[in-house]
Ligand binder design. Structure first.
Ligand SMILES: Nc1ncnc2c1ncn2[C@@H]1O[C@H](COP(=O)(O)OP(=O)(O)OP(=O)(O)O)[C@@H](O)[C@H]1O
Ligand SMILES: [Mg+2]
Length: 303
């Protein structure tokens, strides 16, 4: 039996049964184990999960920095696994903007803010004048027009991340991937950066995938996907799907929690439910009134 994904017409990102295995000396580390994920165009999705659950591994694959060991990954209809060197370079440059957690990693230390933003445009067909104007426009948009000629060491962490967001948007990518972009920032600055990403999403219709450890993230974005042991396991979304990403905690809009069913019909049952009901290795599943009831199997009860 295969669960068919619903309506993929509007999908920007499709990951199906992704695996990533790292080899370290003689050991194999399975970082992703059959991960499924669909992100629609113009959607904002936050990825959360314990340290080591595979979030950065996934983001690096989505950015085209790394290849999965198995499975499919399609972005805007393009299969990343089939892409050749040149195509991947163009994909990096024009279709995705990547923001790292460490502000310093996003910017070249010896370039000014404006030069950093111009850099990704150098390999595209833009004139010097266009480049400068666009860089100024982007820095203006993130509230950094007063710091055009500062180098990163002359900027605060939050200011560096604002410039990094401008760099990520330089070539107008339709997708922004951000790996804990607010991890090093204080709460107020982190909220401002989320507001900014929300604005970019609203104005440019940019799809945004953001990895975060923020415990309140479900009250700030429309959809949160939980990754557990290298798989998407559950999802928390706000019942009002049109809610805008913002740095403010909005507890008015109710949350809806769901377990995810993968492409093979598997679900991960939360540990607290397993413990409460006393499930060990085997369960029985029955349909009752259009509901599936899962309980410890009879043989388990008898032992
Ligand atoms: N280059 C690598 N070589 C070997 N193992 C790796 C490599 N990158 C990641 N791993 C392993 O893969 C697993 C997933 O790592 P990943 O960095 O994706 O986790 P994460 O969810 O981003 O964690 P964190 O929240 O701490 O950033 C971990 O067990 C990690 O040790
Ligand atoms: Mg990580």
């Amino acid at each position: 039996m295969v669960i068919r994904f619903m309506n993929l017409q509007n999908a920007h990102i499709i990951c199906k049964d992704l695996f990533k295995i790292f080899k370290v000396a003689d050991l194999e580390v399975v970082a992703l184990r059959g991960l499924d994920l669909i992100v629609n165009r113009s959607e904002v999705v936050a990825l959360v999960g314990a340290s080591g659950s595979g979030k950065s591994t996934l983001l690096n694959i989505l950015a085209g920095y790394d290849l999965p060991s198995a499975g499919q990954v399609t972005i805007d209809g393009k299969n990343l696994i089939d892409m050749k060197g040149r195509e991947i370079e163009q994909f990096h440059r024009e279709e995705v903007g990547f923001i790292w957690q460490e502000a310093s990693r996003n910017l070249l230390p010896y370039l000014t803010s404006i030069e950093n933003v111009e850099l990704p445009m150098l390999l595209t067909d833009t004139s010097n004048k266009e480049r400068r104007e666009r860089a100024e426009h982007l820095l203006n948009m993130v509230g950094m027009s007063h710091r055009l000629t500062h180098t990163p060491d002359q900027l605060s962490g939050g200011e560096q991340q604002r410039v990094a967001i401008s760099v990520g948007m330089a070539n107008s990518p339709s997708l922004i991937l951000a790996d804990e972009p607010t991890g090093e920032l204080d709460d107020k600055t982190a909220a401002d950066i989320l507001d900014l990403l929300g604005e970019i999403n609203q104005v440019n219709k940019t799809t945004i995938v953001i990895v975060t450890h923020d415990p309140d993230i479900a009250y700030k974005v429309g959809r949160v996907v939980v990754i557990k042991d290298g798989k998407t396991s559950s999802e928390i979304s706000r019942q009002d799907k049109n809610v805008q990403i913002s740095g403010n905690v909005d507890k008015e809009t109710p949350l809806e929690e769901s377990l995810l069913v993968d492409s093979n019909g598997r679900i991960q049952i939360p540990e607290d439910l397993i413990e409460t009901v006393g499930i060990a290795e085997k369960v029985s599943a029955q349909i009752k009134n259009q509901e599936i009831i899962i309980k410890p199997s009879e043989s388990q009860r008898q032992t």
